[in-house]
Design a binder for this molecule. Sequence first.
Ligand code: THU
Length: 165
Amino acid sequence: MIRTKNISFSYTEYEKTEELDSDDMELIIAAREAALNAYAPYSEFKVGAAVRLESGIIVRGANVENAAFPSGICAERSALSNSISNHPKDKPIAIAIASMTEEELTDGFPSPCGSCRQVIAEEESRTGNNIKIILSGKNKTQIIDGISSLLPLQFKRKNLQINLP
Ligand code: THU
């Protein structure tokens, strides 16, 4: 029996910042500020991410590049490594991402790369929480409810088929 299955997802787009929830706006501002601290001399593409934890704490990260290119890290993984390392029991509930070139916010949305999607997925699995993903362009914002929309049919710890705590 052959079956074709469809996966669809929805996201919300905001055309005006005034339409955003104040918590989401606060997280976007933190992500924009974080982008200013990026070390991106090679791509000149600065990305900032801000993770909101259940307690309300906001943890920031930026992309950090390296002359040996693969050694660099994206803003999303930088922020999540920071939050997991410093607040392992405080679960992330949202992440905002902003990007800029030449000190100007980009018009387009900084969609997380594949590796960052996988890391966000692992964090959702580890904590059992959905992580709201807020993609912030210069004027518009897209909000996605959780990583399964951006990474359907994801590889999870259960795929390893070994006994884990
Ligand atoms: N980058 C991020 O920080 N996050 C993403 O989701 C996409 C790409 C960084 C990696 C590299 O430093 C620069 O942007 C250009 O790809």
